[in-house]
Write a protein that binds this ligand. Structure first.
Ligand SMILES: [Fe+2]
Length: 145
């Protein structure tokens, strides 16, 4: 398996688990600005869910198999899941930020490997994904100031 595909498959597993983790925060965030942060988390998991399918389909186009079971995601993922409890708004933003930064780093590494291999379709997909993370990371940093 090429190193690019290995990283894309890691990304598929991490996107899946992040999607569940962001649902936890969407449901359990508390505080005066509940609705705003609740909806922001929803916007994020919708984005991750689309990327999950897009990245897995890219792996198929590269003639490989993306991981396709929850069991494999749990074995592979580097995302730490959260307990079921209340999350204050600041903590919620910090958890979202940390997770998005990790995904951004992984997508950037995969982008650079694909570039070395001359795989410009994978590069284009990952550049769009990294761009979307930049915007949401900026939103969170502004909110945390
Ligand atoms: Fe919801």
């Amino acid at each position: 398996m090429s190193k690019t595909i290995e990283l894309l498959n890691q990304f598929v597993a991490d996107l899946y688990v992040s999607n569940v983790k962001f649902h936890n925060l969407h449901w359990n965030v508390t505080g005066e600005r509940f609705k705003e942060v609740h909806e922001f988390a929803e916007e994020l998991y919708d984005m991750l869910n689309e990327q999950y399918d897009e990245v897995a389909e890219r792996v198929k186009m590269l003639d490989a198999f993306p991981p396709a079971s929850v069991k494999s995601y749990l074995e592979m993922t580097k995302i730490t899941e959260l307990e079921n409890r209340d999350y204050a708004i600041k903590e919620t933003y910090e958890l979202l930020l940390e997770n998005l930064k990790y995904l951004q780093g992984l997508a950037t590494d995969a982008r650079n490997l694909a570039d070395e291999a001359g795989d410009f379709a994978t590069v284009a997909m990952l550049e769009d994904i990294v761009g979307a993370y930049c915007k949401h990371i900026w939103f969170i940093k502004q909110a945390l100031k």
